[in-house]
Design a protein around this ligand. Structure first.
Ligand code: F2R
Ligand code: MG
Ligand code: MG
Length: 349
């Protein structure tokens, strides 16, 4: 199959992030492995309901992952540049305006309270620096929302790294949090740039090149080796002919609310499912859906790993692989497509 156009990849990335979040959110509170059949049954139930006109547009809710992705994307598009105070204000105001079902991380709300108190003026990075007695958060929150960054700075790795880092520091200043956001951005950018047609991408080469690029370009040296180790585990699983069990992935790589586990888990889900035959229960699905169903199925933090895996997969496969019924059903589905198009227009200019 031919490779997708760049616009289709931009849209696949942003809509993918929202789709993975909406699909995973259904199982978020289970904190355990979900059988593929259960994820597939839910996905198909929504498709059927939309087909029968029994579901309203946008009625499958997203969570904090998509809230913050939209907050960042809207600020970048609106200002045509990164404005730290504006992004901080968007994050915080969305948090205060949203109903409780968005399920934000346990501690990040303290940052939003401080930012509001400061009226988004002065040093907007200070509240995040003060989290966890000054060590900063290493939650996956700044990686889960980073997908607009490689779209905004497509083809410019130094700017992608810098902006991934800056937007992270608004809430997550721990080196593992920042490097997680950088690595997720690099994975998306690499997927956007893949010249190989669908079916022709070598997952081991993708991962080896990603490790090398991450080592070469990341500007945060502390704890840098943690992600190198995690990507090494991914390569070992990719080389193995034996099917890896969810329990083993979770023991070795992990998939929880920390960036050092969730980001590698998402990259793993994309790469492991490139081969359609690898997981027999998923063979009949397209590559994008294989990645997302797999990610949601094995992950502890299934909305977030699902969302990040889908952002990478969408950047590679393009938007046409996402079921139209889900674009309709997802809250923010149409908005994600429009924002991706605006980011694409900015890229062309
Ligand atoms: N967390 C959820 N869903 C569960 C909702 C729980 C609910 N709010 C409740 O309180 O019951 N989902 C969302 O959270 C993840 C993103 O979280 P984020 O934005 O990174 O938040 P935070 O608070 O910065 O970090 C999350 C947890 O990680 C641990 N942690 C982080 N840094 C730490 C450090 N330096 N020392 C010790 N622990 C650290 C803490 O437990 C934080 O609470 C996504 O999954 C999103 O979907
Ligand atoms: Mg969430
Ligand atoms: Mg989550």
């Amino acid at each position: 199959m031919a490779k997708a156009s760049l616009l289709s990849r931009f849209q696949g990335c942003l809509l993918g992030a929202v789709f993975g979040d909406c699909l995973g959110a259904k199982f978020e509170r289970e904190w355990t492995e979900i059988p593929y059949d259960k994820v597939i049954a839910y996905m198909n139930k929504i498709i059927k309901k939309v087909g029968q006109e029994k579901l309203e547009k946008g009625s499958v809710f997203y969570t904090d992952d998509s809230c913050m992705t939209f907050d960042l994307a809207k600020s970048l598009v609106g200002n045509r540049k990164y404005d730290a105070a504006d992004v901080a204000k968007n994050f915080s105001e969305t948090y205060f305006s949203q109903p409780t079902h968005r399920s934000y991380g346990g501690n990040v709300a303290f940052v939003f309270f401080s930012l509001k108190q400061m009226n988004y003026a002065g040093d907007v990075y200070r509240p995040a620096r003060e989290q966890f007695d000054g060590s900063g958060s290493y939650g996956n929150g700044s990686a889960m929302r980073v997908s607009p960054v490689p779209l905004f700075h497509h083809n410019n790795i130094p700017s992608i790294v810098e902006l991934s880092c800056e937007q992270s520091k608004l809430t997550h200043t721990h080196p593992l949090g920042i490097n997680g956001a950088i690595l997720q951005s690099l994975a998306i950018e690499k997927a956007l740039l893949c010249e190989e047609s669908v079916g022709g991408l070598d997952p081991i080469k993708f991962c080896s090149d990603l490790i090398q690029q991450y080592k070469d370009v990341t500007t945060v040296e502390d704890d840098k080796h943690v992600y190198e180790g995690q990507l090494g585990h991914i390569i070992r699983y990719l080389k193995s002919t034996e099917l890896v069990k969810a329990k083993e992935i979770n023991e070795r790589i992990g998939s929880d609310v920390t960036a050092q586990k969730a980001v590698p888990a998402a990259i793993f889900a994309f790469l492991y499912t490139l081969d359609a035959k690898r997981i027999p229960q998923l063979t009949k699905f397209n590559g994008f859906l294989r990645a997302v169903i797999f990610a949601v199925g094995f992950s502890e933090d299934c909305d977030t790993v699902g969302s990040m895996a889908a952002a990478i997969a969408g950047a590679y496969y393009g938007v046409d692989m996402i079921p139209k019924e889900w674009t309709f059903a997802c809250e923010g589905g149409t908005e994600a497509l429009e924002l991706a198009e605006q980011l694409y227009d900015l890229h062309l200019k």
